[in-house]
Design a binder for this molecule. Structure first.
Ligand code: ADP
Ligand code: MG
Length: 490
């Protein structure tokens, strides 16, 4: 059974049950008001025109009818009429007698009612003897009998036994069917609108979900779901949509990884092949006796050594990078005073700075102690990689490096600025990617493996910091990284 059908069924049953309840309530109400079990049926089936009077009234009416048939003259006797009227009064009814168009008797309890004008015309066949009449705002049910007072055929007369009914009952009697019809119509309409609303809010989004799931099953993850509502179904749709997005992203990421892996393999093969070819060339030279002098031989062996050392460095970098990438390289954090630490690193490299004729200057004069939690070895590695780039890429004299340490909120920011050639704007976002080199030539002589900055990034991120670069082509490059300030909580 579909949800749509179930909804239709439930709304229909609600309508039916409501109607039944309403009708029963109306019945019970009428019983409560009139105190009569058959009130509803007398309302509609028998009605006042058939049962205008109670049993006692009816008996009196039959007595009067008997008189009218057999001894009509007696009905002109006022005393007798008063006597009957008195009996009727006991049961809240009254007698009215008419002779031609004149009332010869009207019960005192109907005072103020102008019967002469509202009484029905003569119907001497007595076809319709029970009915109702309105007198202004008052409402009566009655039984009447038309007869002749004497054998002289035109001495017409009527007796009326009337009972006053509450006009409210009449209004209800007339309005009740309309009310029930209106009520049912409202119920049906509300039910229909609710059904439409619920279908729109539940069934349609579910339909969308099913479609999306089918698209996913067929491998199409681009099918987007939208939900305007925030109710449970809306949330379900949104969660589903989120799941689809994540699935899509993860597949995209997987593809990206796959692409990267291929790229990585090709880069490594290329970077290893170049020095191997060179080494092979030199080795063949030696084998073929090209190195006929000791001097030549020394040169060849030296070249082989250099290439082998380059390869060793590359393999070592690769290993470190992949360990960091796989989070297999352990960090041994300790409290480090950054200012002193950086000065020591620069001090250790004094000879290197001299050979490359690089001037190092510090931005802040007074040495301030700044503590961070760091792995000394790895942090040194970061600095070495950054300095290494300066040595490699600075090309004008005098070569200058400025080091700055600055406190920024919870972090310390280290800046390493040079006055080198700078980095092109389009390359800047990529320099921290593995194997990325601005100069695409991959020969080891012309630069490095392109792993230096990616290793630096892995290490800094492993410390919970960030690393980035700013550069103005022709002016120089600044590399920044942040480290969290160490707070002694003991
Ligand atoms: N100080 C610098 N000045 C100019 N370019 C730089 C500097 N540092 C890095 N770069 C650029 O960023 C690229 C990536 O650097 P890196 O990852 O260390 O690789 P590598 O040094 O092996 O080329 C370099 O190839 C170079 O183009
Ligand atoms: Mg480098």
């Amino acid at each position: 059974m579909s949800i749509r059908f179930r909804l239709l069924l439930s709304f229909t049953s609600v309508v039916v049950v409501s109607v039944i309840l309403f009708v029963s309530a109306a019945y019970l109400l009428s019983v409560a008001v009139t105190g009569d079990f058959r009130s509803i049926s007398s309302f509609y089936k028998i009605h006042y025109s058939l049962h205008p009077l109670s049993e006692e009234e009816e008996t009196i009416f039959i007595d009067l009818k008997y008189l009218a048939k057999h001894d009509p003259q007696k009905l002109k006797d006022r005393l007798l009429l008063e006597d009957y009227d008195f009996k009727l009064k006991m049961v809240q009814a009254g007698l009215v007698v008419r002779n031609h168009d004149e009332l010869i008797y009207a019960a005192p309890i109907f005072e103020g009612v102008n019967f002469a004008e509202i009484l029905p015309p003569y119907d001497l066949g007595n076809h319709s003897i029970r009915n109702t009449i309105n007198a202004g705002s008052r409402f009566f049910s009655y039984a009447k009998f038309d007869f002749y007072f004497s054998a002289a055929k035109d001495d017409k007369g009527s007796i009326f036994v009337l009972r006053e009914r509450s006009p409210f009952a009449e209004v209800v009697r007339k309005l009740l069917p309309i009310l029930i019809a209106v009520f049912t119509a409202i119920l049906l309409l509300t039910g229909f609108l609710l059904y439409r609303y619920v279908t729109r809010k539940i069934v349609q989004p579910l339909d969308g979900l099913r479609q999306s799931a089918e698209h996913i099953k067929d491998g199409d993850l681009t099918f987007e779901l939208r939900s305007a509502s925030t109710d449970e179904v809306g949330q379900l749709v949104m969660t589903f949509e989120e799941m689809r997005k994540q699935l899509y992203d993860s597949i995209q990421l997987q593809l990206h990884y796959e692409e990267n892996r291929k790229q990585l393999l090709s880069n490594i093969s290329h970077d290893l092949r170049t020095p191997i070819t060179t080494i092979k060339g030199y080795a063949e030279g030696i084998r073929d006796g090209v190195t006929d002098t000791q001097e030549k031989l020394d040169k060849y062996v030296e070249a082989i050594h250099t290439r082998a050392a380059d390869m060793e460095r590359l393999v070592e970098e690769l290993l470190l990078y992949s360990k960091l990438d796989l989070k297999k390289e352990p960090f041994s954090f300790e409290q480090v005073e950054l200012n002193g630490f950086l000065h020591r690193v620069v001090g250790e490299l004094a000879i290197e700075f001299d050979t490359h004729s690089v001037e190092v200057s510090w931005e802040q004069a007074p040495r301030q102690e700044r503590f961070v939690l760091a792995d000394r070895e790895k942090l040194k590695r970061v600095m070495m990689n950054l300095f290494d780039n300066c040595f490699k890429y600075l090309n004008q004299d005098p070569k200058k490096i400025t080091i700055g340490i600055e406190e920024r909120g919870e972090h310390i920011r280290v800046k390493l600025a040079d006055n080198g050639p700078g980095i092109k704007r389009e390359s800047l976002p990529h320099i921290f990617e593995r194997f990325y080199r601005e100069e695409p030539s991959r020969s080891l002589g012309a630069g490095g493996s392109g792993l230096g900055l990616s290793i630096a990034r892995q290490i800094i991120e492993g410390h919970g910091g960030t690393i980035w670069a700013a550069s103005e082509p022709g002016q120089g490059t600044s590399v920044y990284f942040t480290l969290k300030i160490f707070v002694d909580r003991r």
